[in-house]
Design a protein around this ligand. Structure first.
Ligand SMILES: [Zn+2]
Ligand SMILES: [Zn+2]
Length: 255
């Protein structure tokens, strides 16, 4: 069965709401005026976009929120395999609720809006020559994929590729082979251990010498990012960066 045809009722219902209420800011309910025809892209007004919890101070490698832009203790003790992590937001209201929504509705306007704002953050973070051009969505385990019906990271990656010239999505470059119990039910050490070897690169999707960006909605402990990045480096990637909408501390069960 084609993956794009796999839907559950829970993924379809919110989409109907989106169609019925186009053209209004989902936060303050102000009309978006002449942006109404693009309501599937713009769901926040300019004022509400400026008021979002933009990530300011952060670890310069893993992007965990910090008062300044130095290197966090975790990255000093155990340097992650990825080169750097780019995140647009701290995982705080209303971004947390917006992300929860795009996990249950593949057509949620929040998906377009947040991905577009992430693309702006990425553009401002690199010289073009240093920006990865292969985008790989973090894969879901097939059981989770069947339950959810879609992978939200695919949607984010495709929107980013349209916003960032010269980039392309190379989905299914690696598989998630470890299902495990939900990560938010595990402690930090358990989570790091459980994620070790959780991914396997596909041999028919060569990555040798490529600069790659792994795409995710939220990075929490960084355990998933570390494991997937190591898998791609082992498969020959020259470098791996992480691009995510929001970054949070490990204690929050964002997935
Ligand atoms: Zn607004
Ligand atoms: Zn760090």
């Amino acid at each position: 069965m084609n993956r794009s045809t796999l839907f559950s009722a829970s993924t379809l219902l919110p989409s109907v709401t989106n169609l019925l209420l186009p053209g209004y800011c989902i936060s303050c309910k102000l009309s978006l005026g002449n942006k109404a025809p693009q309501a599937h892209i713009h769901c926040l007004c300019g004022g509400c976009i400026r008021a979002l919890p933009w990530l300011r101070g952060q670890c310069r490698q893993c992007a965990i929120p910090m008062p300044n832009n130095s290197l966090c203790g975790n990255c000093q003790l155990r340097p992650p395999p990825f080169r750097r992590c780019i995140a647009a937001f701290d995982y705080l209201p209303p971004v947390d609720k917006m992300i929860q929504r795009l996990k249950v509705d593949m057509h949620a306007p929040e998906l377009y809006q947040l991905s577009k704002l992430l693309a702006q953050t990425i553009s401002a973070s690199y010289k073009i020559s240093q920006r990865p051009n292969i985008l790989i969505p973090i894969p879901l385990h097939w059981r989770k994929y069947l339950l959810r019906g879609f992978n939200q990271s695919h949607g984010i990656a495709h929107i980013l590729s349209k916003q960032l010239p010269g980039t392309r999505v190379q989905a299914d470059s690696c598989l998630r082979i470890n299902h495990g119990k939900p990560q938010h039910l595990q402690g930090k050490q358990q989570r790091l251990k459980a994620m070790k070897g959780a991914f396997r690169a596909k041999r028919n999707k060569p990555l040798y010498g490529q600069a790659v960006a792994l795409i995710d909605d939220v990075v929490t402990t960084g355990a998933t990012a570390r494991s997937a990045a190591q898998c791609l480096l082992d498969a020959g990637a020259r470098s791996v960066d992480i691009w995510c909408i929001a970054r949070t501390g490990w204690h929050i069960g964002a997935g």
